[in-house]
Design a protein around this ligand. Structure first.
Ligand code: 5GP
Ligand code: ZN
Length: 114
């Protein structure tokens, strides 16, 4: 998707502060962090929202969580804990319409979120 911000990061057209990359996913620090650690993990295939997922995406969704676990451990968040969030559509706070898993940590997390 040529107009998609995260596709542009994946293609290298826009610079990202990358914390992990492989053939299928890219993870990079959020530009407006909401916690001392806040990074996003995106599939390299463009999928707009959770509503657009189907069985084909089963493996890549699992991969997002495996990368969350790995990078969170690399950042030393394993023991204290961290939060994963994926917003679906504007009403839930989604602003970039290429699915992404938020990973936040480095401070106590409150519940319920706003
Ligand atoms: P959403 O609100 O869609 O769940 O999350 C989008 C996230 O993307 C936000 O946390 C926002 O700060 C982040 N973001 C928006 N534009 C950029 C950008 O240009 N670079 C990076 N690294 N993050 C961005
Ligand atoms: Zn995209």
């Amino acid at each position: 998707m040529s107009e998609c911000l995260f596709c542009k990061m994946i293609n290298g057209d826009i610079k990202a502060d990358v914390v992990y990359e492989d053939d299928h996913v890219l993870a990079f620090n959020d530009i407006n962090p909401q916690a001392p650690h806040h990074f996003l993990i995106v599939p390299k295939e463009h999928v707009s929202t959770i509503n657009d997922l189907d069985e084909r995406h089963e493996k890549i969704i699992g991969k997002l969580f495996l990368v969350a676990k790995k990078v969170a451990a690399d950042m030393g968040m394993e023991e204290a804990g961290y939060r994963t969030v994926m917003n679906c559509n504007a009403g839930a706070g989604q602003t970039v319409f290429h699915i992404h898993l938020h990973v936040l940590g480095g401070r106590p997390m409150l519940w319920p979120p706003g």
